[in-house]
Design a protein around this ligand. Structure first.
Ligand code: PMV
Length: 350
């Protein structure tokens, strides 16, 4: 082969689930115990930028994140690479004029503009960008749903970052995971005044990874069985309706209940897992206060596997929600200054 460097770049956005993925039925393929639903946030604010290149000049596959070398020998990363190379090989076999890229070492350079592994869905944007950058480099014709099946194997929540707007990850029921993919529930324009303010209670790495937290929950929580058998399937339907109707009160109520249900199953494990801290609980009380003062539900909190709050609201309530958080909590200890950052629900990344 020639010694050219082939290159492609992409951005992938963060998504924050309003019905949480928590629990794997197959740890190797990252198949979930329940479907989940998220809102994709604007990539102007929170995103991973990734450049994928390949060349005979490179000694081996490599990945850097924010300038530091990452271990890519893990099964998750290797599964994504193998799938992408297989698709490229199929293209090369069907068209002999194509350069033989599938066998060349890859160099992936990735950068987040937000704290890594602090429960800010960094792995979601990270693996989505990883998969899309290589798919672009390989000029694959795959749809976002097809790529979501690959990104899912890197990090479950990553499959939802292949789409903008309102996105469901359908758990599927096949053993090989071929139907465990992301689909668009509604485009960002459908409900375009959705906003989120993110309150960084701690930018440190979370102490229980989502993988081990899920494993422990599935193994030891008794609440968990009810959550996956009844609670989540019902709420998925109710959430899709709330989004179709642009019914913020219903959206908010379901979002808060589902976050609490997920954290309750974590507390119900042996030993218990605490992702939220005192600062997180202060944020919950603040949302309650904002809603009581408004006389209706205008703000909804949700927490992933970490203490940071994401508060959803609608643009016309900016002052009453994001404004209050920024002014009241902005200079309190634990909130590291004016941490609130508002972002819009965004479109499918190009
Ligand atoms: O994608 P993972 O393995 O990092 O798991 C993410 C789990 C939650 O963020 C807590 C929930 C979700 O649906 O994103």
């Amino acid at each position: 082969a020639d010694n050219k460097v082939y290159r492609a770049s992409t951005f992938a956005p963060v998504n924050i689930a309003v019905i949480k993925y928590w629990g794997k039925r197959d740890a190797k393929l990252n198949l979930p115990t329940n479907s989940s639903l998220s809102v994709t946030l604007s990539q102007d604010d929170l995103r991973t930028h990734t450049t994928a290149s390949c060349s005979t000049q490179y000694p081996k596959d490599s990945l850097t994140l924010n300038g530091s070398d990452q271990d890519i020998s893990g099964a998750r990363t290797q599964a994504c690479l193998a799938e992408l190379r297989t698709l490229r090989r199929q293209l090369e076999e069907s068209d002999s004029s194509l350069p033989r890229l599938a066998s060349l070492p890859l160099k992936i350079v990735s950068r987040n503009n937000f704290p890594t592994a602090a429960g800010l869905a960094s792995s979601a944007a990270g693996f989505a960008a990883f998969v899309r950058a290589i798919a672009n480099l390989y000029e694959l014709k795959s749809t976002p749903t097809e790529l979501s099946r690959i990104a899912r194997q890197g990090s479950g929540s990553a499959c939802r970052s292949l789409f903008g707007g309102y996105v469901a990850w359908q758990m599927g029921d096949k053993k090989d995971g071929s139907d465990s993919v992301a689909v668009e529930v509604a485009p960002a324009e459908h409900w375009s005044d959705m906003r989120a303010v993110i309150l960084v209670a701690s930018a440190e790495k979370k102490d229980v990874s989502s993988t081990s937290g899920m494993q422990q929950t599935v193994a030891t929580s008794t609440l968990f069985a009810e959550r996956i058998a009844n609670t989540v399937p019902r709420r998925m339907q109710e959430m899709e309706k709330a989004i179709a109707d642009k019914d913020f009160a219903a959206f908010a109520s379901l979002t808060m209940k589902d976050s609490n249900s997920f954290h309750a199953t974590c507390l119900d494990t042996e030993p218990p897992i605490f992702y939220m801290n005192d600062t997180s609980r202060a944020a919950i009380r603040m949302v309650d206060m904002i809603n009581s003062e408004a006389g209706k539900t205008i703000a909804a909190y949700t927490f992933d596997a970490g203490p940071n709050a994401v508060v959803y609201y609608q643009a016309h309530d900016e002052a009453k929600v994001a404004g209050v958080f920024k002014s009241v909590l902005g200079d309190k200890e634990g909130w590291e200054g004016a941490r609130g950052k508002s972002v819009e629900a965004a479109n499918t990344p190009k």
